[in-house]
Design a protein around this ligand. Sequence first.
Ligand SMILES: [Zn+2]
Length: 54
Amino acid sequence: MPQRTKCKKCGEILYEDIELKPPHEIFNRFNGRCPKCGSKLSSRPIKVEVQMIE
Ligand SMILES: [Zn+2]
């Protein structure tokens, strides 16, 4: 089942793959900022949304 992680502010898809990734890895990958809106991502508490795609 794929994982989709979106920016909570602008809805930009930050990560989408069949492989599950822990939120802090996604956080590190973008240096803590959404590449689209520049909004600060927070790894703790988790502010990115993880959704399971059916
Ligand atoms: Zn954003």
